[in-house]
Design a protein around this ligand. Structure first.
Ligand code: GLC
Length: 579
């Protein structure tokens, strides 16, 4: 079956020839991914017991890109010294730029890219992410997330492009093309469509919850972005934490093997998500079609021993193991790792380059959605006498970037190479600009107040609303409402900029503000926002999600169709004003 899909017969012959030489231990080794700082036996890599290395939150591989490359080169040389010398894959969550490396260009999260509807721009962003990820030693990124978020209570809405299947399909195609090129080759970084399937469509938006959609709705609304990814040669697909009608997706042979691999023709790697082996049924996930396991955080030994025992006692067939290893070897050959397994040091100067940051700034500008502009208060006149800028989000690159930025859960600090919303305003305004971070100063004689409010960074279940860790809410905090009321009560005109990973219930403050902008999570180039506020560029963004009117509407919001029923959103999908 697999060979039918591979257009490179010579490559398949190489795969088969290498596979034929491998022992069971070496095959299970290829199916194993661990962290570079994981507690693994020192000789595991040189014994061929590891197929891939992942970098996630934790000790950095080095202090600069050259030392990151050196660390991965050292690990790669250990793998090449093994009996068969099969090179390693190095994977990273570069989900909006190489966001684990401080100094990299960090793009708006996918929800903002969805608002641009600009596939060429998304392709460029992916290509830059690929370059900066390769410059830090990687050949695999766990991106794009192609979920269709059904409920804004989900903590990962911002990782996806849109609630619209059609828009997500287009963005997915562009993202895979940008990361990999027209086909997976030595110039590519391998992309990963994730999380298969139903991650954003769980009941009440619970991360890792149960998706009770009908099979027909999954096929109509959630599957098309994966088909787009597969049709464009995506190298990997990551299984999802959620269950489908009670069965963990990792152990779902129907969707992974029968649908994704067989009927959709996916011939790449299905990789588990975090600790997928111990969490979702051990050898059941291999039999369902998982090819490589993130055997992290204590799973390494029990995974390798458990899978070997499963093969020896017949629970897992040799054919299943060979299919998994063939897929892994196929991608390693396609990426050219057998010819050139080492990072390219000439890419290092491109990290965070002026050119890259200009593309990211364009993405910031095009992602902004103007929801209100009373009496055409915007664009602002650069010669306006006195502007007050309010809110901690106005001068904090960490807060404007959201989760998966420098750290897994994001940061609340400025980080190197970034610009903030305030720095952009100060760069363009000709008059006085005052920063009143918490609206506590008494500035009455200002001409305009630009008030920047929003969510603090979160990732995964930590962003769920009403879930296990209920740290967030669908409305703004009282503090932030107070920022706005303080200046409105002074009779000052207010421009409100919302930094958030999802639509929030902001009906009241939109009513109070003279202008209101949804800015999503702009990333490192915060100064791009000022360029639109002052009219150097127009608003182009359109809502990638319908915008809620009240919290009640989200008690059990369940999908974009929701709006077809009794409820009408405050603003529909696709809404956005222009100058
Ligand atoms: C996480 C996420 C997944 C990520 C992986 C590796 O739990 O669900 O999106 O790629 O683990 O960090």
């Amino acid at each position: 079956m697999n060979k039918k899909h591979s257009t490179d017969k010579i490559l398949e012959q190489k795969v088969d020839a290498l596979l034929a030489m491998m022992t069971l231990d070496e095959k299970i080794g290829q199916m194993t991914q661990v962290r570079h700082f994981e507690e693994i036996p020192g000789d595991a890599i040189s014994n061929g017991a590891i197929g891939s290395i992942i970098h996630t939150e934790g000790p950095l591989p080095g202090s600069n890109a050259a030392s990151w490359q050196a660390t991965f080169t050292w690990l790669q040389k250990k793998a090449l010294s093994s009996r068969l010398g099969i090179p390693l894959l190095f994977g990273v969550d570069a989900v909006h730029g190489q966001n684990t490396y401080e100094g990299a260009t960090i793009f708006p999260h996918n929800i903002g890219l969805g608002a641009t509807r600009n596939t060429k721009l998304v392709e460029k962003a992916a290509a830059i992410t690929a370059q900066e990820s390769k410059a830090t030693g990687f050949n695999w990124v766990f991106s794009p997330c192609v979920a269709i978020p059904y409920n804004e209570k989900w903590g990962r809405v911002y990782e996806a492009f849109s609630e619209s299947t059609e828009l997500t399909e287009r963005m997915t195609r562009a993202s895979v093309l940008g990361h990999q090129g027209k086909r997976l080759d030595q110039n590519s970084i391998m992309a990963t469509a994730k999380h298969f399937i139903g991650d954003g469509a769980t009941d009440n938006g619970v991360e890792g919850g149960d998706c009770s959609l009908s099979q027909q709705e999954v096929r109509e609304r959630l599957l098309p972005p994966y088909q787009a990814a597969v049709d464009n040669g995506v190298g990997a697909v990551m299984a999802s934490f959620n269950s489908m009608a009670g069965l963990p997706m990792h152990a779902n042979k129907y969707w992974i093997t029968e649908v994704l691999k067989e009927s959709m023709g996916f011939n790449g790697i299905v990789v588990s998500d975090w600790k997928g082996y111990s969490r979702f049924g051990e050898n059941d996930i291999i039999n369902a079609g998982i090819d490589m396991v993130m055997a992290v955080d204590g799973d390494f030994v029990m995974y390798q021993e458990g899978l070997k025992a499963g093969v020896e006692n017949g629970q897992v067939s040799h054919a299943r193991i060979d299919d998994a290893v063939r897929r892994i070897l196929r991608q390693k050959y396609s990426l050219g790792l057998f010819e050139n397994p080492f990072p390219n040091s000439s890419l290092i100067p491109k990290i965070g380059s002026v050119e890259h940051r200009e593309v990211a700034r364009q993405a910031v500008r095009e992602s902004l959605v103007l929801l209100k502009n009373n009496e055409r208060i915007l664009p602002l006149d650069k010669n306006v006498g006195k502007i007050v800028v309010v809110g901690e989000h106005a001068d904090n690159a960490g807060l404007q970037s959201g989760g998966w930025s420098i750290h897994w859960q994001g940061s609340s600090e400025n980080y190197s190479g970034s610009t903030t919303i305030l720095s952009g305003i100060k760069r363009l305004a000709k008059g006085e600009v005052i920063y009143d971070i918490d609206a506590s100063s008494d500035h009455k004689d200002v001409d305009i107040a630009i008030i920047v409010i929003g969510e603090t960074p979160y990732a995964e279940l930590f962003g769920d609303i009403g879930g296990e860790i209920d740290a967030y809410q669908l409305t703004l905090t009282e503090n932030h409402k107070n920022y706005i009321n303080t200046y409105i009560n002074k009779g000052v005109k207010v421009v409100t900029v919302l930094i958030s990973g999802r639509p929030l219930v902001t009906t009241e403050i939109i009513h109070q503000s003279d202008a209101f902008i949804a800015a999503w999570l702009p990333g490192s180039e915060g100064d791009g926002i000022a360029e639109v506020l002052f009219g150097d560029y127009g608003f182009k963004g359109k809502l990638p999600h319908s915008w809620p009117k009240s919290v009640e509407d989200y008690q059990d919001k369940y999908g974009p169709n929701y709006w077809d029923s009794a409820y009408a959103p405050l603003f529909p999908f696709g809404y956005g004003l222009e100058y």
